[in-house]
Write a protein that binds this ligand. Structure first.
Ligand code: NAD
Length: 277
């Protein structure tokens, strides 16, 4: 049966999801609403020949007839959006796909949302996003001795990170490959909230935020967003390297993240056959 879907956040990922749905690449999914807090962004949605309802106020969206008919909401907005709307979405019995997985570095919030989801019989799905192999990491989590992720990005992809307010390192002063951060996933997402959702996703799939080691490197000569994951334990070893093309409209976001979100929605709406754990 066709599922009615709303997209929260009409940025680089949201636009790709909607474009893919328009090309009819997501069977059984109908995008019926877009909510973005910026009204000028919402007004830029090309709504010609479609009946997508547009919202720039969450309460108006939440109280609308369109909302009550929804099956799935896909969040591709921000950590704050997950925190602000997550509980209401789950309490209203909608399945929720979360791209801004950094929000789940707050363990208490995640536990609360999981309890609500069990109570309301809904699902919270986190796409693999800009990396690969979360299925394998999840499969071996009981057998892991160590888990690490090294993210290398061009300095412009790291612009705006709170890290630079606290550090002596200045973004425009980076002329060669520079290790900016080494620590756990919990601190990494605080300092780079828009850049290391992948570290939180890796940690949640594996041994948790405190034990997952993260390195963040700025490299002015790199043209891709690179993630290297190493998992070691009694099962053996996993080494994963992903080199992503940055999204043209937002260099912080890798194009693969959009494709992964689309694939997650596709499998949620068309469950009859699935490859991968
Ligand atoms: N899981 C992953 O691997 C992964 C990869 C890339 C990006 N992300 C995350 O996905 C999210 C979307 O990425 P993007 O590149 O499309 O971002 P973007 O900045 O291009 O667009 C985000 C849009 O969401 C809107 N928005 C932000 N906060 C909102 C709120 N509270 N309520 C309503 N609208 C809000 C903004 O106005 C903007 O239009 C970001 O949080 C990003 O960090 C995750």
């Amino acid at each position: 049966m066709e599922k009615k879907v709303a997209v929260i956040g009409y940025g680089s990922i949201g636009k790709e999801i909607i474009a893919s749905a328009k090309r009819q690449e997501i069977p059984n999914a109908k995008i019926v609403a877009v909510f973005d807090k910026q009204s000028q962004v919402v007004n830029s949605v090309d709504n010609e020949n479609s009946d997508v309802h547009l919202f720039s106020d969450f309460d108006v969206f939440y109280n609308s007839q369109t909302y009550s008919n929804l099956d799935v909401i896909i969040e591709c907005a921000s950590k704050d959006a997950v925190k602000e709307y997550g509980k209401k979405i789950i309490e209203s019995k909608k399945d929720l796909i979360v791209l801004s997985v950094g929000a789940f570095s707050d363990k208490e919030y995640l536990a609360e949302l999981q309890d609500l989801s069990n109570l309301n019989n809904t699902r919270i799905l986190i796409p693999t996003g800009a990396i690969a192999g979360l299925d394998s990491i999840r499969s071996v989590k009981k057998y892991l001795d160590s888990l690490s992720i090294t993210t290398t990005k061009h300095p412009t992809s790291l612009a705006g990170a709170p890290f630079f307010k606290r550090s002596k390192i200045k973004l425009d002063g980076i002329n060669s490959e520079t290790v900016l951060f080494e620590g756990n996933a919990s601190t990494a997402i605080e300092l780079f909230p828009a850049n290391v959702n992948v570290a939180v996703a890796t940690a949640l799939a594996g041994i948790g935020l405190e034990k997952t080691r993260v390195r963040i490197i700025a490299d002015p000569l790199i043209s891709v967003n690179k993630h290297e994951i190493v998992a070691k334990g009694s099962f053996g070893e996993i080494h994963i390297i992903v080199q992503n093309i940055p999204s043209p409209s937002n260099p912080k976001t890798s194009y693969l993240a959009s494709l992964s979100a689309i694939e997650c929605l596709r499998s949620l709406c068309n469950e009859s056959f699935r490859i991968g754990t």
